[in-house]
Design a protein around this ligand. Structure first.
Ligand SMILES: Nc1nc2c(ncn2[C@@H]2O[C@H](COP(=O)(O)OP(=O)(O)OP(=O)(O)O)[C@@H](O)[C@H]2O)c(=O)[nH]1
Length: 331
């Protein structure tokens, strides 16, 4: 059955390192098939990438500029194609022009998902900030993930990091040369197989060359499992608040008197759907992915969502308002 393909928006000022980050994702895709929408083909060296098989699909908007696309048509049609099951992509990355208004971009993406691009899912707004000139702006305030790039060019990135952390709703990840791990954005596909012994894949060969790439910046994942069911209102409030440091979360959860649900979040964008019948969980099985995660804090926050056995069967409405249509499987 087809699944939804996350679409990630990459925003940031001119020269912040957006193309460098997209390049890194492509080089280090490690089996994740990435489609890219760019304004400027030159910046990424797309032709070379297609020849080398690094980019699975690369395209640009007809008028060449995402920030000038006011109708969802240009973007929605493009995303519908890239996320169609026949395109067999795992992730689509849209690199915005440095001039694009991030709020407008997110609106365009959500309109596209609600309309023509029905196999797409919101994959998050990733805002690239350069450590030399960066400052908190709208793109930071809206970001699901802030990538603080070019930290090699400053003596101490800590003061700007603290400022960004204070205003950004999600995590801030300090990196050099856009070294963001695609696995933070999307789960690596199950079809990926290790290369046969004695033979390096193209991805692996690229990784072998220490001159081409920096290692991914460090991020965390925390798994929390509980046997008892959760309270829908408490759990929804926990997700809506955006647990500190979490970029995305996924898992299965059971509420009193109901069959289990699959839950996925990116920032505070929440999606739930009934779990397949094969899923047997009495409480919660959740994984949180982010930066600087506090495992004990997340565990106690999930404990705080426990249902009160004496309270009977609570209403599922606080959770069901995030239920997605049945048209396609979730990611
Ligand atoms: N020293 C250093 N240079 C970097 C880093 N990241 C990117 N650069 C360089 O910074 C310049 C700008 O990077 P780009 O990736 O083109 O920036 P961009 O945000 O795509 O720029 P526009 O497309 O003009 O908006 C390039 O020369 C990169 O090689 C970094 O972490 N450290």
């Amino acid at each position: 059955m087809p699944r939804r393909v996350p679409v990630v928006l990459v925003a940031g000022h001119l020269g912040a390192g957006k193309s460098t980050l997209v390049n890194h994702l492509l080089r280090r895709a490690d089996g994740v098939r990435i489609g890219v929408v760019v304004n400027d083909f030159g910046a990424i060296g797309i032709d070379a990438m297609l020849v080398a098989g690094q980019a699975s699909a690369v395209t640009s908007l007809a008028n060449g500029c995402l920030c000038c696309t006011t109708d969802a048509n240009g973007l929605a049609g493009l995303l519908a194609e890239l996320t169609a099951p026949s395109a067999r992509l795992d992730l689509v990355v849209v690199e915005a022009s440095g001039l694009a208004d991030p709020r407008e971009l997110v609106r365009l993406l959500l309109d596209a998902i609600a309309g023509e691009a029905r196999h797409a899912a919101y994959g998050g707004l990733v805002t690239v900030v350069d450590a030399v000139h960066g400052e908190p702006d709208d793109a930071v305030r809206l970001a699901d993930l802030v990538v603080l790039n070019q930290v090699d060019l400053v003596d101490d990135p800590a003061p700007l990091l603290a400022v960004l952390q204070a205003v950004a709703p999600g995590p801030v990840l300090p990196v050099v040369r856009g070294a963001l791990d695609p696995a933070l954005l999307v789960d690596p596909p199950a079809r990926r197989r290790p290369p046969r012994s004695g033979q390096l894949s193209f991805d692996a060969l690229l990784r072998e060359d220490p001159g081409t790439e920096h290692a991914h910046a460090h991020w965390d994942s925390v798994a929390v499992e509980r046997d008892a069911p959760l309270d829908p209102a408490r759990f929804a409030a926990f997700l809506e608040a955006g647990p500190p440091g979490v970029f995305r979360a996924k898992g299965v959860v059971r509420f009193p008197g109901a069959a289990p649900f699959v839950v996925q979040t990116v920032g505070t964008a929440i999606r739930v759907r009934p779990a397949p019948r094969s899923v047997t969980v009495t409480g919660a099985r959740l994984v949180f992915l982010g930066v600087g995660l506090d495992a004990a804090g997340l565990e106690s926050a999930v404990d705080g969502c426990a249902a009160d056995p004496a309270a009977g069967e609570p209403s599922l409405l606080p959770v069901l308002r995030y239920e997605e249509s049945e048209r396609v499987d979730a990611v």
